[in-house]
Design a protein around this ligand. Structure first.
Ligand code: BG6
Length: 474
């Protein structure tokens, strides 16, 4: 089996990391807007430091980002030039419902995305829309405490109904939440959670997770009712946990790490809380409060497909025995001595992608979609202003090879592959601009200077060829 002919090649972005324009056309303030760049970012995105307004001491990169808000036509034309078949993007909730609890949506916000979708259609690009990519209206955090409150389910569904109805003729592929498991690692960014002193943070996180899981299932139901053609996927931050050694204690710890991650997909794809979660959460006294009917909602509305981001595998040791630590997509693990590392200290493990694809497919037997994979690196233009990003090409080539092997040799059913992120944007984890992922360079610098001019890197031409040959020429 080789990659299907209509394999969805493309790239992925998120509203808060590329759009900017946060004061335009009635948009409201979101959690992602008030996450500063710099040393305080970590405390804010994890909910340890409550910051619901911008102050003068910090820089807030989402405010301008790379100004997709005013450059989207040019950007989508560049994606089309690379032959994109799909563009994964997200909706800024606060463009549609500025405070989050309004009865009626903001027409200007709806119009903006309609224009984006029209542009995609004109170029023959299929949108894949993440309904919620880390964003939550500040209005809902102030009034209701974010996803810890069950009322969030209704506000989220109002957003879903508005989107499914208004964009019925443009969009059939949807993701309900980006990296839903991030709620455990970056709870303010993932779910608008800030913690009060002394409260049981784990209990709050799993309660909020339950609300998101129910909301996600109801979104699947609604999407199917509004348009039977709609396909809704879940999305999680993947990357298998390897035991640091074959010591059973390490193997056990790695299993626990995987279960913590798969918990979300177990519920969203199989439709029920897995027994390990039932048992552990109850024993820890943090079993979430459920409303009558919740279990049926989960059971009756599993997702149509499973999507994930893959940047790296993790190496796990029994507590207190791991040695040196390595960075990674928002959570750390032990250093794997067999791997190379990116400039940001993230392990580079293409075979790990094949392993993850096999594990996830074996576990759920549903179509998969890789919706993020890429290398964050510093790109330096040469004297002619050109960027020779061979390191990015190497990274992507090896990951695509591993992906193809999973499909062609292991029989994994895969719908598509979207790289993170085709056009440079702001980093979610660090808020930096200099951590670039794109095939297209954006002249926006760390100090805020720059013209926003777009230019093609060497990887642009390389990826165009990859798509043109359906992954045959790498
Ligand atoms: C994922 C997110 O966590 O990884 C993206 O879905 C994010 O929003 C990406 O940008 C890469 O992480 P970072 O921290 O390098 O931006």
């Amino acid at each position: 089996m080789s990659l299907q002919e209509n394999f969805l090649w493309g790239g992925a972005s998120a509203a808060n990391q590329c759009e900017g324009g946060i004061y335009e056309d009635g948009r409201g303030l979101a959690n992602v807007d008030v996450c500063p760049a710099g040393k305080d970012r970590q405390d804010v995105i994890t909910g340890r430091r409550k910051m619901l307004r911008m102050d003068k001491e910090h820089v807030y990169p989402a405010a301008e980002a790379v100004d997709f808000y005013h450059h989207f036509r040019e950007d989508i034309a560049l994606l089309a030039e690379m032959g994109f078949r799909v563009y994964r993007m997200s909706i800024a909730w606060t463009r549609i419902f500025p405070r989050g609890d309004e009865e009626e949506p903001n027409e200007a916000g709806l119009r903006f995305y309609e224009e984006v979708f029209r542009e995609c259609r004109m170029h023959g690009i299929q949108p894949l829309v993440t309904i919620c990519h880390f964003d939550c209206p500040v209005g809902l955090i102030e009034k209701y405490g974010g996803w810890r409150n069950r009322k969030m389910i209704d506000f989220y569904l109002r957003l879903c109904r508005t989107l499914f109805t208004r964009y019925k003729e443009y969009v059939v592929y949807w993701l309900n939440f980006n990296e839903i498991n991030m709620i455990l690692h970056a709870p303010f960014m993932g779910a608008g959670l800030c913690f009060e002193e002394g409260e049981n943070e784990e209990a709050v996180k799993y309660q909020a997770a339950h609300h998101e899981l129910v909301a996600g299932a109801l979104a699947v139901k609604l999407a199917h009712e509004i348009n039977p053609e709609n396909k809704v996927g879940c999305m999680f931050a993947a990357g298998s946990a390897y035991p640091c050694t074959c010591r059973p204690e390490d193997v056990w710890e790695a299993l626990l790490t995987d279960q913590e991650n798969y918990f979300f997909v177990d519920v969203q794809a199989r439709g029920y809380y897995p027994s390990y979660a039932k048992s552990r959460l109850s024993r820890q006294g943090i079993w979430p409060v459920m409303a009558e009917g919740d279990e049926e909602i989960l059971q009756e509305n599993p997702v149509d497909f499973i999507s994930f981001s893959y940047y790296n595998s993790r190496c796990i040791a029994a507590p207190g025995t791991g040695g040196e630590e390595a960075e990674g997509n928002l959570f750390k693990s032990a250093k794997n001595p067999y791997l190379q590392y990116s400039e940001w200290g993230w392990p580079i493990d293409p075979l790990g992608l094949r392993i993850t694809l096999n594990e996830v497919y074996d576990r759920y037997q549903k179509p998969l979609f890789i919706v993020e994979n890429g290398l964050g690196a510093v790109d330096t233009p040469d004297e002619k202003g050109e960027i020779d990003d061979g390191y990015r090409i190497d990274y992507l080539r090896e990951h695509i090879r591993a992906m193809k092997a999973a499909v062609e040799e292991d029989g994994v059913e895969l719908m598509g592959y979207t790289t993170w992120a085709p056009i440079d944007l702001i980093s979610a984890g660090s808020g930096e601009m200099r951590k670039r992922y794109g095939f297209v360079y954006v002249d926006k610098q760390e100090d805020g200077s720059g013209t926003f001019a777009r230019s093609r890197k060497r990887s642009f031409y390389w990826y165009r060829k990859v798509i043109e040959t359906n992954g045959e020429v790498l």
